[in-house]
Design a protein around this ligand. Sequence first.
Ligand code: NI
Length: 283
Amino acid sequence: MSRQPPLVDTHAHLDFHAFDEDREDVLQRAREAGLVAVLIPAVDLTSAHRALHLAETWTQEPSLYVAVGVHPHSVAQAWQGRATLDQMEDLTQHPRVVAIGEIGLDYYRDVTPRSAQWEAFLAQLDLAARKGLPVVLHQRDSMADMLRILEDWVRSLPPDHPRGVLHSFSGGPEDAQRAVELGFAVGITGPVTFKKADQVRQVVAVTPLEHLLVETDAPFLTPHPYRGRRNEPAYVRYVAETIAQIKGVDLTTVAHTTTLHAWRRFRFPQPAPIPASSSGASS
Ligand code: NI
């Protein structure tokens, strides 16, 4: 049994080819680092099938869950409107699918024309609403549009509908506050460990711990001290440790609170491995 505090990486692309050579070793290192669950967000339907195959065949800890969706970078190649949406809807029946994602808007790279990004994003939000699922959101240089769209989306939902996470949050403290008011979690990734990450550190400082989730975005966004190498779920611990330092609490508090809230937000079907007396258990 692991004596590490339990952690959930709510964003790791374990289906990517970067892990083809040593995926089992990566998962074993994740378990040794205390990870109890990993959420794999698909970037298109092929990626979703690969992720689901992995989730079905890996039977040890960490438990693997999947979000199905078409990433804004993939929309130009992989989005075929209704046909894509129908296949996604079928996949939501799978017991390991807990969310719609990774979906959103990316104005930084503009790999896909913005009108097409919008069409795919709105259609996938609508699917999440119909299926009662939370969303895993990608935003880059698109925060104002993203928050406006989410305001409309939340207004259309029943109050108890799970919202999801703004993954690898890149806005300022006021944007984070607005996201929290709308019921979203703020996803924190490796760059929080970098010396120059003043804005994301400020976001962590002002956002209550129960609204933060820890993520890697593996194989990308590797935290210090492994910056420059391939990222993997075990390194989510460095994100949690940095949050603990910023907030002046211990790692166990960050681990228990973020794990419990990952479980609640994504409604993982297995019981949460959190001690009942754990601090941060209230929300
Ligand atoms: Ni991602």
